[in-house]
Write a protein that binds this ligand. Structure first.
Ligand SMILES: [Mg+2]
Length: 271
C-alpha cells in the first residue's frame, strides 16, 4: 500500500452488500421465535430482534449479544420464561463471541440455555447459507471505480473471509480493492490502524464507509473520517459519496461541518 495518498476502508455487510435484512428477518429472528417457542408472540418478538439488530444504535451488534438483549426484553414483556444466567455469564466472560467458544462452554457446563443458543446459532448459519445470493447496493461498483482513481481501497469487515471474498468477487468489486480485512484480521479498529500504519496514511486521508455505529467508532478511534451508508437510503448514500463526499474528502473539506451533518443524519435514522 501507499502509492496513493488516500485510503478508503469499506464495510461489507449492510454497507456495500445488501445482506443484513435477509439474515435478520428471514433467519435469526424467525429461528429465535421457533427455538424459544414464542409463536404466539411472533410479530412482537421479531420486531424486538429487528429493532435491536437493524434499526437502533446497536445495529451490527454480535448475534449473541443481540440475542441476550432480545430475550431479556421478551422476558420483561412477560411472554417468555427463561433463565438466562448461564448465557449472560458466558457473554461476560468469553473473549470470542463464536460458535466454537460457546460449544466449549456448553459442553463443559451441560447448560440447557447454552445448548439452545448454540443450536439456534448453528441453525441460523445453515439458513443464511441457503439464502438466495445477496446483491451489492446500487451504485457501489461505480463509486468504488471512481474512488479507486485516487485512493487505495480496502474491505474492512467483521464477517467471515470466504463469504466476503466470494461476494465481492461475484459482484465484480474485488478488482478495485487492494486488501480484504475480515473476521480473521481482528477488530475493525485494529484493521484500520494496521492499514494506516502500513501505508503511512494520516487520519485526514482515511475514510471509513459503514452502516453501523461500530464502524463510526472504529474510524474515530483512529482519527479517521467516517462516511455513513444510511439505513433504508443506501443507494442514495453511495450516490452522495460519489458525487459529493469523496471530492470533499480529497479536497480536505470533509472534516467539520460536512462530516458532522452526515453523522447527525446517520444517527437520526437509527433513533
Ligand atoms: Mg455493516
Amino acid at each position: 500500500m501507499g502509492q496513493k495518498k488516500f485510503l478508503v476502508c469499506i464495510d461489507s455487510d449492510g454497507c456495500a452488500i445488501d445482506t443484513m435484512d435477509a439474515k435478520h428477518k428471514l433467519c435469526f429472528a424467525p429461528l429465535m421465535v421457533e427455538k424459544w417457542h414464542m409463536e404466539a408472540h411472533r410479530a412482537e418478538a421479531e420486531e424486538i430482534w429487528n429493532h435491536i439488530s437493524l434499526y437502533s444504535m446497536d445495529r451490527g451488534i454480535n448475534r449473541f449479544k443481540g440475542l441476550e438483549m432480545t430475550l431479556k426484553e421478551c422476558v420483561k414483556r412477560g411472554f417468555l420464561q427463561e433463565d438466562l444466567t448461564d448465557f449472560s455469564s458466558w457473554l461476560r466472560e468469553t473473549d470470542v463471541f463464536s460458535n466454537g467458544s460457546l460449544e466449549k462452554r456448553a459442553g463443559r457446563e451441560k447448560s440447557p440455555i447454552l445448548e439452545k443458543v448454540l443450536d439456534w446459532s448453528i441453525t441460523s448459519n445453515q439458513a443464511i447459507a441457503a439464502l438466495p445470493l445477496s446483491q451489492a447496493f446500487d451504485g457501489v461498483k461505480e463509486t468504488l471505480a471512481f474512488m479507486s482513481g485516487q485512493a487505495e481501497l480496502a474491505v474492512v469487515s467483521s464477517a467471515n473471509r470466504e463469504a466476503v471474498e466470494a461476494e465481492w468477487n461475484r459482484h465484480g468489486l474485488l478488482p478495485f480493492v487492494k486488501e480484504v480485512m475480515a473476521q480473521d484480521s481482528g477488530s475493525k479498529a485494529a484493521c484500520i490502524a494496521r492499514l494506516m500504519k502500513e501505508g503511512g496514511f494520516d487520519g485526514d486521508h482515511v475514510l471509513m464507509i459503514g452502516d453501523a455505529p461500530g464502524d463510526q467508532k472504529a474510524a474515530e478511534r483512529n482519527g479517521a473520517l467516517f462516511f455513513p451508508s444510511i439505513i433504508r437510503r443506501e443507494t442514495e448514500s453511495w450516490k452522495r459519496l460519489r458525487e459529493e463526499g469523496f471530492d470533499r474528502f480529497v479536497a480536505g473539506t470533509y472534516r467539520g461541518a460536512y462530516a458532522d451533518g452526515l453523522a447527525e443524519e446517520f444517527l437520526e435514522a437509527l433513533r
